[in-house]
Design a protein around this ligand. Sequence first.
Ligand SMILES: Cc1cc2nc3c(=O)[nH]c(=O)nc-3n(C[C@H](O)[C@H](O)[C@H](O)COP(=O)(O)OP(=O)(O)OC[C@H]3O[C@@H](n4cnc5c(N)ncnc54)[C@H](O)[C@@H]3O)c2cc1C
Length: 280
Amino acid sequence: MEKVVIIGSGPAGLTAGLYAARARLSPLVVEGMERGGQLVQTLHVANWPGHPGVAKGADIVDAMRRQAEDAGVRFKMDVVKSVDFSGEAKRLFTLMGDEIEAETVIVATGAGVSKTNAPGEAKYFGRGISACLVCDAAFYSGRRVVVVGEGAPAVGAKRYLEGVGATVAAVLAPSEIAEFEGDGQRLAGVALSPSSASGSGTVAADGAFLVTARLPETKFLGGALELDPKGHVVTTDTVRTSVPGVFAAGDCARPRYKQAVVAAADGAIAALAAQEYLSR
Ligand SMILES: Cc1cc2nc3c(=O)[nH]c(=O)nc-3n(C[C@H](O)[C@H](O)[C@H](O)COP(=O)(O)OP(=O)(O)OC[C@H]3O[C@@H](n4cnc5c(N)ncnc54)[C@H](O)[C@@H]3O)c2cc1C
């Protein structure tokens, strides 16, 4: 039986791991598909305390991971597919077919990109449309792309793409997109809606990167915890969920203020709360 299992290896999960390891709870972090979390998708983080200037997101999470590992965190490359929180022992079932039992669980699964549902999106997803900068940006060196999103993530994505030599033809809000167009095989452009603030007609592009509003990655919980209408884990006292012994931290539990430093702080609080729970 594990004392603390942390689901997710972004800023929230890694910080929870660091705190739990320093409390000698020998935490296990199940890393998920996106090792290091969302921050690896940006080359320009300018608001991580202690890093004057601009830092690469991947460098920040690599350093966090090393620090956590040095403190004694164990990592498992796997994905939690479902959970059973009905008993005293919390049970996690993974993609690799393992079952993990734990006294406490910290859910730190972050948020994933939401689709625009514009016509053509399903057809060209993976054929020019991507939701993973780190995976796909390099393919677009010397080519034209659009970024679909708003706010800090969209600005970060534009810089990332320009950093790998792509030309960002436009940054579009999802509501500006009438259709993703192509030749049936690959994306060729994005038709703008009449209300678009970016002009009219079609923006020619070989690639479109979705960095739209990120919705919490909580489907795998399957009703085991109380969620809000958008799927965020409902918490009280910052990290306590509807099930004693199960805590939530970071973007998966935050309808607002989805930021790395906030997620890291939540992770620390969750680990301290888990420690308190175990010591009772
Ligand atoms: C392009 C971009 C630029 C950004 N720029 C900034 C910035 O400049 N400054 C800033 O403060 N914030 C920025 N953010 C936001 C910041 O990255 C997030 O707020 C932060 O990463 C949230 O941390 P988290 O640990 O809660 O979740 P995440 O970073 O999303 O990590 C979630 C983790 O959970 C894992 N996971 C998910 N589901 C499962 C599962 N079922 N089983 C196991 N593991 C699972 C994933 O693999 C991942 O490791 C940016 C985000 C993006 C996308």
